[in-house]
Design a binder for this molecule. Structure first.
Ligand SMILES: [Zn+2]
Length: 614
């Protein structure tokens, strides 16, 4: 749907409440400060919206038009999201063919009624989930412009993330719900049509008034600054809830008449838990508060301090989805599942909300890093004294390796919307992304990797970094060259398969033959266990790393392994001891696709030759 109008300008400049630091790589970030007034009509599942957005062009380029997201338009038969869901070979079961089957009064839509730029009505074009606004005069570098939008929206029946009446009966899950400026950054515009996947946003300050019927509980991004009794347009009593949020990339909210709230404080952050009063779930949500507080404290230590004053965990949506200062999760879960989804969505606060990489282009930098932080946090929350050595990342490794071996793996550089299957996207973004971080421990050392993650968060908060920015942090932290690692992990589906080919005792020497059987090179760690229980550790760097990780006590540095060489010979003195086991990558940090060939063991109780091979 589109329509055009043209007026001429009167300038009015609306200044936001806060300003965003601009001294950032690549030296600039666009800013969009939103003032919104929303009147919800619960009888028709519609709302009326008005907004004033102050947009500052901090880029070095002159802009002639701007793009906005109209996400709700995806929830109509024939939308790109609908067609994608009905034509992909493994549709998300939550979507399937539900959009094409929606009756018209359950569609989602956003109908723009007018757009003013500095007071002048201007041309605009609605094209599916994207709104294009032509600027009446070029917006030069360093200049700001004020947009005034009036629009009507119909909230879709809840299908994915957003909508009314989700499967648990939560009335309004309001996410991707307002006309939202697309991000323009040093790569250009990011006006991807919405097909139900990842996001990217402009930093800004939000001041939002939500007018809803009296009796509704509301949760939202930001801090509630006032609640005022009003009369709604239909004459019924209402409440205007006002929320302010500083320096966020999005704004989400939820409303339900049965919402109740509990709050906990941790590290000066108020955490709100908002769910429907329901004896079947109340006790789990009460227990969740303690886990959520411990998780917040843990990730504050592990990655860096959460920078916002509040965080809300809200029942709504369809599983779990992260937004700045808030997550929507389904509430009727076992306690463990409730904690798991909360920790995952909360961990997104660091990587999706604050570092905020472009999730569409670099989905693994969001979902993968988040999953990595989640696994560490869950291992902390549910530490099992019976299994202190269990690897919290094992499911990510298994998922990635299985997908690789299936032949259906797609490279991490694939745009999130364009994977051939949902499964390939999921494994790449979540599992391989988590492996990419954990496996760096085998290259730079796990302590250096952990410090690197903290440095990355500190240096790249509020800057939308890309893969090379992350790589450079890890290079600086380790003093090693890592371009090869990211090249293989991001741009190829090559995998790691190193093997112990043979072990031969020859007098005082143990001759170990190693090989690289698959394409991706990696430094190697060899552990030789001797019959008296002692062990020898050897670290073998790659030539192209230009160095090696720091060695542990007693660890031996092997000669560099040139990646072109498929084999490597290692000779160790036996000191008159027989070897019982020779193992590659004993810490299992590498996603080696055939771990069975990493080990050769000798059963010394049986007479056997002191050599063995794969
Ligand atoms: Zn996630």
């Amino acid at each position: 749907m589109s329509h055009f109008r043209l007026y001429f300008l009167t300038a009015s400049l609306f200044m936001g409440l806060f300003t965003v630091c601009s001294a950032q790589y690549p030296g600039w970030q666009q800013t969009a400060d939103y003032n919104m007034n929303i009147v919800l009509d619960t009888a028709n599942h519609q709302y009326e919206g008005a907004m004033v957005v102050t947009y500052i062009n901090r880029s070095p380029e002159t802009l002639n038009k701007v793009f906005w997201h109209l996400f709700f338009n995806a929830f109509q038969p024939g939308s790109m999201m609908d067609v994608r869901s009905r034509t992909i070979s493994d549709p998300d079961r939550r979507v399937g063919s539900r959009i094409v089957e929606l009756p018209e009064d359950e569609w989602g839509w956003q109908r723009i009624e007018s757009v003013k730029v500095d007071g002048t009505e201007v041309d605009f074009l609605e094209d599916g989930t994207i709104l294009e606004v032509i600027l009446p005069k070029p917006l030069r570098p360093g200049k700001s412009v004020s947009f005034e939008l009036a629009w009507k929206a119909q909230v879709p029946r809840q299908i994915r993330r957003s909508g009314w009446m989700n499967q648990e009966g939560v009335e309004y899950s309001m996410t991707q719900w307002y006309p939202k400026l697309c991000e323009f950054d040093h790569h250009g515009w990011h006006s991807n049509p919405y097909i139900g996947r990842e996001f990217h946003g402009v930093w800004g300050n939000y001041d939002v008034i939500l007018q809803v019927p009296a009796g509704y509980g509301v949760a939202a991004t930001g801090v509630n600054t006032s609640q005022r009794s009003i009369t709604l347009p239909d004459g019924t009593p209402g409440v205007a809830h006002r929320y302010k949020a500083a320096n966020v990339i999005d704004f989400a909210w939820a409303a339900d008449p049965d919402f109740i709230e509990e709050a906990v404080e941790v590290d000066g952050i108020t955490m709100r838990l908002v769910h429907q009063a329901n004896p079947e779930i109340d006790s789990n949500w009460t227990a969740l508060a303690d886990y959520a507080a411990r998780a917040m404290a843990y990730i504050n230590q592990d990655i860096g301090k959460y920078p916002y004053p509040e965080y809300s965990i809200v029942q709504g949506g369809d599983g779990g989805m992260e937004y700045p200062m808030l997550t929507l999760i389904t509430g009727g879960r076992s306690l463990r599942s409730l904690v798991g989804v909360t920790v995952h969505e909360m961990a997104h606060s660091w990587f999706q909300a604050v570092v905020a990489s472009n999730e569409s282009l670099h989905e693994w930098m969001d979902e993968g890093f988040t999953s990595w932080a989640e696994s560490r946090c869950m291992a902390h929350l549910f530490a099992d004294p019976m299994k202190p050595e269990s690897n919290p990342h094992q499911w990510a490794y298994a998922g990635y390796i299985n997908q690789h071996l299936s032949g259906n793996e797609e490279p991490l550089i694939t745009h999130a919307d364009h994977y051939k299957t949902n499964r390939a996207y999921g494994v790449a973004a979540y599992s391989k992304g988590e492996v990419l971080v954990e496996q760096l421990g085998a290259v730079v050392g796990t302590d250096v990797r952990d410090n690197g993650m903290r440095t990355y968060f500190k240096e790249w908060s509020f800057k939308h970094p890309g893969p090379h920015d992350f790589k450079r942090v890890m290079e600086r932290e380790s003093g090693l060259e890592l371009d090869w690692y990211f090249q293989y992990m991001m741009h190829t589906t090559d995998a790691i398969d190193y093997a112990v080919e043979s072990v031969v005792a020859d007098g005082d020497a143990l001759n170990i033959s190693l090989s690289r059987r698959a394409n991706m090179p990696m430094p190697q760690d060899v552990k030789v266990t001797w019959e008296d229980g002692t062990a020898t550790l050897v670290h073998i760097p790659l030539v192209m790393m230009r160095g090696h990780r720091s060695l542990g006590e007693g660890e031996i540095l092997g000669q560099d392994w040139p990646w072109v060489d498929p084999t490597y010979q290692l000779t160790l003195p036996t000191h008159n001891l027989r070897a019982v086991k020779v193992e590659l990558d004993p810490e299992q940090l590498q996603a080696d696709i055939h771990r069975d060939n990493n080990v050769i063991e000798f059963d010394l109780t049986k007479a056997q030759e002191a050599h063995q091979s794969h």
